[in-house]
Structures are given as C-alpha cells and as structure tokens.
Write a protein that binds this ligand. Structure first.
Ligand code: ACO
Length: 331
C-alpha cells in the first residue's frame, strides 16, 4: 500500500516516551549467556538496553509515555476519540492494552484497539490513525508504540537476547494548519514469516512449551537491508521528494549495521540520521517514537523539518512515512 496524502493536513502534535528504569549492559548479558561486549558492539552497535522487571508490563511504560504525549499536546485523555496501541507484547490478549490505557487516561469516548505488525506496528498505526483523522471519523488520536520483548525472549538464546530491549512511545495526532504527513508506504511479505516467529503465542500449537520468539538473524538481516532502502525510495518517489529533501531520517533501531547500510545506499547524510540503538537495543514498536523523541531533544527535530521514518519487522512487514514536522500547529 502506498499513497501520498491528498486530504486534510494531519500531523503529530504531542510526543512522549517511557522506558523501564532497569538497565542491562552487555557485561550483564555476558553473565547469562556465552557472549561479550566486543561481539555485541561490533555486530549490532548495542551497548545497553532497558529491561522491565518481573512486575512491569507494557501498560506500565505505555501509560507514562501516553501521559507525556497528551501533556505535550496540551490535551487531556478525555479529548481523545481514538486510541491505538501497536505491540506484540500486550499486557494480555484481552482486555487489550489500549482499553486498559483508555480507562487509565479517562478516554471514555475513544475507540480503542491493539494492532499487531511486529516491529513495524507503530508505522501501521500512524497510517491507520491518519486515515481515520483525514476522513473525519476521528478528531484526535493517541497512537502508542511499545513492546516488552524481554518477556518473550529465551534467556538462554544468545542470538536473540543481545538484540532487544523494552520501551514505549506515544504520539497525539490531529489536524494541523500546516505541514503534517505527506504519505505512507506499508508492506508485508508472509513468505519470510518463518524467519521471525513466536510460535506459542496464539491459537496454533499453543501448548505452553514453545513460548519464546525465535529468529533467523541472517535472513532477517538480508530482508531488513533490502526493505529499509526500497521502502524509503518508494515513499520519497511517491511524494515527489528526494533524499536531499530529507532533514531527519528515523530508521527502525534494530542494528547499527542495518542502519549504516541504509544510510549508505540511500545516500543520506549520517548527521541527519537518528541512532539510539546503542542505549535501548531494538524496542520493536517503541523504536521509532523513542528515536523521534531523541531527535527532538537534541534539537534536530523542529518545526518545518522533513522527517523520513522507516520501520521493519515480523510478518515480515515494513512501513515508511514522510512528515513535515509541526510544532504548535494544531487547528
Ligand atoms: N555472542 C557471541 N557470538 C555470537 C552471538 C552472541 N550473542 N550470537 C551469535 N554468535 C556467533 C554465532 O554462533 C556464529 O558463530 P560461528 O561462526 O562459530 O557459527 C557467529 O557469532 C556469527 O553469527 P551470525 O549469525 O552469522 O552473525 P551476524 O553477523 O549475522 O549477526 C545478528 C547476527 C546480529 C543477529 C544479525 O544477523 C542481525 O542483526 N540480524 C537482524 C536481526 C533483527 O534486526 N531482528 C529484529 C527484526 S524486528 C522485529 O520485528 C522483532
């Protein structure tokens, strides 16, 4: 699916994030599995990640992120009429984490649902929210991307535990006077689904014995380097833009080598590229909003900047969006 937006302008008017307090370094991981800091940094760029405690679930980090996004937009939970949580690690399948958040936030008139698209979930969710806002079905949406993949990792499997961390981000989306989303591209290729899977998580073969995510890292790496480039090129072309027009590039934070490959192939200046994988690892659906927040904090993300975001993940799925960032432009 690809499209340049033609309807009313819709943008992001609030942004908030939250990560668990507990830090796990590469040295900490080396005490659990046969690995070391040198291997992890060289192959992934990751130095540390945040890991939820036994008691913490997704909503425990999604709620502070949501509250921060609402405060940033200057609105209340009751002002939201759509609440989407993109995740593969909800508190439980039902009640949905979106319904839990709607209750906690006082968003009593919001339609609320969880959305599954692997690490690409946040990209799918903002595209859906855009559609509902542009059509007039919704007036103001809260979109949350977050995961606590630490809960579904096999902590004896060194090939996966070194990659992932926990985190969440949230954005308020509404109509804006200027700027806003220029277009979206979303895709899925189920033939690659077997390379990144979580077999015991649903109605097939659910016997409780296979309840960890599994990954063929080399195949996911090949897929990621391909789609991070093709998806970005597609959305730029569809919107009549080039890489030179991009001010801020926000790639999914899976692995520094995947980001470096995309940057080199696309010809995007490294200083325009947001990289925080070294401190959070791959936070799945939390990755892009956490990177947006870091870009804003370091002054790169400001009014009028053209931002390219590209995510990829389980499914296999991918998604890109182009947005002209707006501060204080809500209608
Ligand atoms: N520590 C030390 N050695 C390790 C570790 C580790 N943690 N993990 C694997 N190794 C070893 C392997 O056993 C192998 O040893 P061998 O040569 O003796 O067989 C060697 O290191 C090389 O292993 P590779 O798998 O070939 O390493 P590679 O360079 O491909 O890097 C990695 C592995 C980092 C997983 C890479 O393939 C990758 O990043 N893939 C993409 C993963 C990804 O992005 N997944 C998330 C998708 S998003 C979502 O939806 C969840």
């Amino acid at each position: 699916m690809i499209g340049a937006t033609t309807g009313p302008r819709v943008g992001i008017t609030g942004l908030g994030t939250c990560v668990p307090e507990q830090v796990m370094t590469n040295a900490d991981l080396a005490k659990l599995v046969d690995t070391n800091d040198e291997w992890i940094v060289e192959r992934t760029g990751i130095k540390e990640r945040r890991i939820a405690t036994q008691e913490e679930a997704l909503s425990d980090i999604a709620l502070p992120a949501s509250r921060a996004a609402l405060a940033d937009a200057g609105v209340e939970g009751s002002d939201i009429d759509l609440l989407i949580v993109a995740t593969v690690t909800p508190d439980m399948m039902f009640p949905t984490t979106s319904a839990i958040l709607a209750d906690e936030l006082g968003a009593t008139s919001a339609g609320a649902y969880d959305l599954l698209a692997g690490c690409t979930g946040f990209m799918y969710a903002i595209a859906q929210a855009y559609g509902l806002l542009a059509s007039g079905m919704s007036n103001r949406a809260l979109v949350v991307g977050g995961d606590v993949l630490s809960k579904v990792l096999d902590w004896t499997d060194r090939s996966t535990v070194v990659l992932f961390g926990d985190g969440a981000g949230a954005v308020v989306m509404e109509r804006v006077e200027r700027g806003g989303f220029l277009g979206f591209e979303l895709g899925a290729d189920g033939t690659g689904g077997k390379h990144l899977w979580y077999p015991g998580s649903g109605s097939r073969h659910y016997d409780g014995s296979d309840s960890f995510m599994k990954m063929n890292g080399r195949e996911v790496f090949k897929f990621a380097t391909r789609v991070m480039v093709s998806s970005a090129r597609s959305i730029l072309g569809q919107c009549g833009k080039t890489v030179d027009d991009v001010d801020v590039y926000v790639p999914h934070q899976a692995n520094k080598r995947i980001i470096d490959h995309a940057v080199a192939k696309l010809g995007i200046a490294p200083e325009k590229t947001v990289v925080n994988v070294q401190k959070y690892g791959n936070t799945s659906s939390g990755s892009i909003p956490l990177a947006l927040a870091d870009a804003r904090a370091d002054g790169r993300l400001s009014d009028g900047k053209l931002v390219l975001m590209t995510g990829m993940g389980a499914g296999l799925t991918w998604g890109s969006a182009l947005i002209e960032w707006t501060e204080g432009a809500a209608q």
